[in-house]
Design a protein around this ligand. Structure first.
Ligand code: PEP
Ligand code: MN
Length: 376
């Protein structure tokens, strides 16, 4: 059960104290208080965990600080959408809103290599009105002898270049707590010119200790990639690990499944799950067409498979597109063959706009259908 309190409830007020005293006298129930500190107000939710079936909603609503009571099912307690659940499906980070109702493109380098390449990318993004990017500093590789990423040494100049070109959020994979600390330190030493969305890659989706420690990390939102060989339910539970430890600013990333059923694509595209994740949870949903498709093959009309699958995800309501670009793909240290080229950025963004417009028209049509069937 979740008690949603009125915004800006005074924790020293009588009513709040009485509520907490009442809750502490309930047997077999633990309470966990979560404050969501927004720019305008503080929203407090109290999670009641344990034998809550016998608790009465009316008793809880008797406290004036309680605005609403939500009975939750067992699954995805915090990030899930529950019956009659009107909790937010968005969060704000560094001035950017991430929600189930909007869309951001994170075009950038799979792996940071040279300052020149990073600068070309950031400059192009600014010219195209973008404020987000992807930049891999820590690269988990299949082969131990492959390039492992520049790690912490590149962070200061990557962050400074982001600041120079107005980039507000960089998606960056981390595989260990120390990486989060290094990101913190580099942001601190450069004066926070940008923000970071920590990315947990598909190889770590069920690294529960990493999930728990990043869940306790209050400063950064997280992009959690779906595990490439586990069920959707298992990956959504992994996201819930982050939230259960306190970090609920989570975006869920679809990146394809590893099976040769997906050949000739690198992974089997799973973007039909965009609306499913929207239905089951309150998380914004990201698609990663680059790691799903893995090539630059195109159809007879001249449309690359990467563009096609992006459009499929966006027309189904995707909220974030993570995509590899590179100024000189033949020199890229990781994933060059799947990278889009700089002169393709404008066309890619325009193709996304077309698909997003179509999605919005579909939403309008669905609303009309609902209205017609209610009145007819
Ligand atoms: C990536 O986005 O760079 C990446 C390695 O993705 P994934 O974890 O989905 O393979
Ligand atoms: Mn990659």
């Amino acid at each position: 059960m979740i008690l949603i309190l009125h915004a800006d409830t005074d924790k020293n007020g009588d009513d709040y104290r009485q509520l907490m005293a009442f809750l502490s006298n309930l047997g077999n129930i633990q309470t966990r208080v979560h404050d969501e500190v927004g720019t305008q107000q503080v929203l407090t939710e109290i999670y009641l965990v344990g034998d809550t079936a016998a608790l009465s909603i009316e008793d809880m609503q008797g406290f004036t600080c309680v605005e609403r009571v939500v009975r939750i099912s067992e699954e995805y307690r915090i990030l899930g959408r529950h019956h009659d659940d009107k909790r937010a499906t968005f969060f704000d980070y560094n001035g950017v809103r991430f929600g189930q109702d909007n869309l951001h493109v994170f075009a950038g380098l799979c792996a940071v290599d040279t300052p020149e390449h990073v600068e070309v990318m950031m400059k192009a993004l600014q010219e195209h009105g973008q404020q987000c990017t992807r930049m891999g500093a820590y690269k988990p590789r299949t082969n131990p002898y492959s390039f492992q990423g520049h790690g912490k040494s590149c962070l200061p100049w990557v962050f400074e270049l982001a600041g120079k070109y107005g980039i507000k959020v960089i998606a960056m994979e981390v595989t260990h707590d120390t990486h989060v600390r290094e990101i913190h330190e580099a942001l601190e030493s450069t004066g926070h010119p940008t923000g970071v969305m920590l990315q947990i890659g598909t190889r770590n989706t069920q690294n529960f200790e990493l999930l728990k420690s990043i869940g306790r990390e209050p400063d950064f939102p997280v992009l959690l990639k779906r595990g490439f060989g586990i069920t959707l339910e298992e990956s959504l539970n992994a996201a819930e690990y982050l939230a259960s430890e306190g970090n609920r600013r989570v975006v869920f990333g679809l990146r394809g499944m590893k099976t040769n059923m997906g050949d000739p694509h690198r992974n089997f595209i799973d973007f039909a799950h965009v609306p499913v994740v929207h239905r089951l949870t309150r998380m914004p949903v990201c698609i990663d067409p680059s790691h799903s498709v893995g090539t630059r093959e195109a159809t007879h009309e001249g449309i690359m498979d990467v563009f096609h699958v992006t459009a499929q995800g966006v027309i189904a309501g995707a909220n974030m597109v993570l995509v590899d670009f590179h100024p000189q793909p033949s020199k890229a240290l990781v994933d060059g063959p799947q990278a889009l080229h700089m002169d393709e950025l404008g066309y890619f963004l325009e193709d996304i706009r077309i698909a997003r417009d179509a999605y919005e028209q579909r939403v309008t049509l669905a609303r009309q259908q609902k209205k017609d069937s209610a009145s007819g």
